[in-house]
Ligand binder design. Structure first.
Ligand code: DGY
Length: 325
């Protein structure tokens, strides 16, 4: 008999095929986020829970899964899971880092270009038939080449973004809780404190995980430190930015613009944000390429199988439970 896996939403087909090969798979048939009750009921009789960043996995859900042997998250970020509760229950929690690094870095760059060169605004203008001829003052934006790129959080994705800056002759600043020497060697990036980064950078790109320390890391005082010509880019997690403060900063030209892929109240937008024409807003799609979402799915299955078999999964976020699974 195959082990059981409950998957909260359909993934790309190659991952579905791999799940079905190993597991007796039960999957949400609809393309929507399940309610807590639905997850509780799905997890009741399962060995593995495979879930998404949109599923809040708390102690109630873990306790409902009497046979549960592990939780496999289809995302690198795992702020949706109460890892402390999982660890207390000796439940391994896995995520999908690495495979989405380049795709996410590409998207951060797409937002940098879109917001600085006003791509979305000018596309809307052109489609509306408003383009009546070239104008010396039309849609002036900010230069990317030669600008200062500031990276907050110098892990895999922050590093990949810095590497891409080489082609644009940029000065790269970064901050983190400790220096990243390999980032410095490969890109010439300079380690600075957050205040200096915010005051100096033309583009501030966020790449920290969401936790108690990083919630509202960027709020009114930080936005005020930024140059009025600077842009904020967020492809990490929405609550890292205080969106009310950001809307105010965008509307009063405290900063020049923002490129956001994630939102504080996701999937809702804080009232007023959609009206900010100096913001480019995308619906949490930084990892959304066919290839990357497939690789994330295959890694999610690989982690699930390892947890079921009691082997060390490729990516476990609470390795302290190992030896107890
Ligand atoms: C993640 O993996 O955490 C991204 O936000 C979605 O791919």
């Amino acid at each position: 008999m195959k082990p059981k896996c409950f998957l909260t939403r359909k993934l790309p087909q190659p991952a579905m095929d791999r799940f079905s090969l190993t597991f007796d798979l039960s999957v949400n048939p609809d393309d929507r986020v399940l309610t807590k009750d639905e997850i509780v009921s799905g997890v009741r009789d399962t060995d593995i829970l495979a879930c998404l960043l949109t599923d809040t996995i708390d102690a109630d859900i873990m306790d409902a899964g009497k046979n549960l042997k592990g939780i496999s998250n289809y995302a690198v970020g795992y702020n949706n899971i109460d890892v402390v509760a999982a660890t207390a229950r000796k439940l391994p929690v896995c995520n999908t880092p690495g495979v989405l690094t380049d795709t996410t870095a590409d998207m951060a760059w797409a937002l940098i270009f879109s917001v600085a060169r006003r791509v979305v605004e000018s596309d809307t203008y052109t489609r509306a038939g408003k383009f009546k001829g070239w104008g010396p003052l039309h849609f002036l934006g900010g230069d990317i080449s030669g600008a200062v790129l500031g990276i907050i959080g110098a892990g895999r994705i922050g590093t990949a973004i810095a590497k891409r800056a080489a082609g644009f002759n940029m000065t790269i600043l970064y901050t983190d809780f400790q220096p990243n020497l390999s980032l410095e060697e490969t890109t010439g990036a300079k380690f600075v404190n957050q205040k200096e980064l915010l005051k100096t950078a033309d583009f501030v790109s966020l790449h920290v995980p969401l936790n108690k320390e990083t919630r509202h890391l960027i709020s009114a005082p930080e936005l005020e430190m930024m140059k009025s010509t600077a842009y904020l880019i967020n492809t990490a997690r929405g609550p890292i930015v205080d969106e009310i403060a950001l809307i105010k900063a965008l509307n009063t030209n405290v900063i020049a613009g923002a490129g956001l892929d994630v939102y504080e109240l996701e999937p809702e937008l804080t009232p007023g944000l959609a009206k900010c024409t100096n913001a480019v807003l995308t619906p949490h799609i930084a990892s959304a390429s066919v290839q990357t979402r497939t690789k994330m799915g295959l890694l999610c299955v690989e982690n699930a199988i390892a947890m079921y078999e009691g082997r060390k999964p490729k990516h476990i976020v609470n390795p302290e439970v190992l030896g107890k699974i």
